[in-house]
Design a protein around this ligand. Structure first.
Ligand SMILES: NC(=O)c1ccc[n+]([C@@H]2O[C@H](COP(=O)([O-])OP(=O)(O)OC[C@H]3O[C@@H](n4cnc5c(N)ncnc54)[C@H](O)[C@@H]3O)[C@@H](O)[C@H]2O)c1
Length: 286
């Protein structure tokens, strides 16, 4: 644990929030989590419990330690209740700029002056989030990877206004979670989302132009590069709607043609064929 960071507040308990809460609580921080409804809190806490139980089964964690971690997590539907004493806040709500702006405005009013406010956004400009607060020097990107307890990389996005002191404190904090932070400049999609979405978009454009079938593009890339899955399998897993949204954010922010989503992907989103979660994407799961 770092000297001056004791209390962490996580906003949102979805796929990412639940993982972030788990690693913070496991690392000994007083961790609180806030979500909009009691149901989403219950679902998210259930996910953390399952994840800790898997560690117990594999012999990586003692049952009593898992129970202690679970019991140490404070949860609430009140942002004020969770954030008022926090040293670091990590925002992990939906990828919606208006929602995030609202959360940052509220956090700025609730949190003590010293609190660092981080965002787990995959694509949005950190500088724009910092700008809605009166503490832009204390706003920073903390882009954790999915699944959070497993993946060691975290992109730390420094906005135009983020101070060196905030960067240093954030790096120390992330290392104390067992992560390997990498500093990147504030740019839409940072390194990871930008690279991944470019590859996925190119795969769909190759298919559109008749270069090879969906199955063959996946097959040749898996066999040639040892990728665990092909781009179309990954598109279906992430959700085609999510990938199109990321591409559109990068395209709209930069005007770079190569990020314009392939026409077929936008059509598929309009058809509701967004991937595994609905049983149909580039592959059929029904
Ligand atoms: N899923 C991924 O693989 C992944 C990877 C890296 C980063 N991210 C980013 O992490 C963030 C969260 O993504 P996710 O996949 O966990 O989303 P999710 O939809 O699984 O969860 C979002 C959570 O935010 C809560 N929420 C929404 N509005 C809120 C508000 N105003 N106050 C409090 N809670 C609120 C919801 O109840 C839900 O618990 C996004 O910015 C996303 O881009 C996602």
């Amino acid at each position: 644990m770092t000297m001056n960071v004791k209390r962490v507040c996580v906003v949102g308990i979805g796929v990412m929030g639940s993982g972030i809460v788990q690693v913070c609580a496991q690392s000994g921080y007083e961790t609180s989590v806030v979500s909009r409804s009691a149901e989403s809190l219950e679902r998210g806490l259930g996910k953390i419990k399952d994840s800790l139980s898997r560690l117990v089964k594999k012999g990586h964690l003692k049952r009593e330690d898992a129970d202690a971690v679970m019991n140490s997590i404070h949860s609430s539907t009140s942002l004020e209740d969770c954030a008022k004493d926090a040293d670091i806040v990590i925002e992990a709500v939906y990828e919606d700029m208006e929602v995030k702006r609202g959360v940052f405005t509220e956090l700025d009013q609730i949190c003590p002056a010293h609190t660092i406010i981080g965002s787990n956004t995959s694509t949005f400009p950190i500088t724009a989030l910092g700008a809605v607060t009166k503490r832009p020097e204390k706003v920073i990107g903390m882009h954790f990877m999915n699944p959070v307890p497993v993946m060691r990389g975290v992109e730390v996005a420094k906005s135009l206004m983020t101070s060196e002191d905030t960067v240093e404190k954030t790096l120390t904090f992330l290392r104390s979670l067992g992560k390997e932070p990498v500093i990147v400049k504030d740019s839409p999609g940072f390194v990871t989302s930008r690279m991944m979405c470019l590859i996925l978009n190119e795969a769909v454009k190759m298919y559109e132009s008749g270069l090879a079938s969906i199955e063959d593009i996946d097959k040749v890339l898996k066999l040639s590069f040892n990728w665990p899955q092909g781009p179309f399998q990954l598109l279906d897993l992430i959700g085609i709607d999510i990938v199109v949204a990321v591409l559109n954010t990068i395209y709209n922010e930069t005007g770079w043609e190569r990020f314009k989503p392939a026409v077929l992907m936008t059509q598929m989103v309009n058809a509701g064929w967004t991937g595994r979660k609905v049983g149909r994407g580039f592959y059929n799961y029904k």
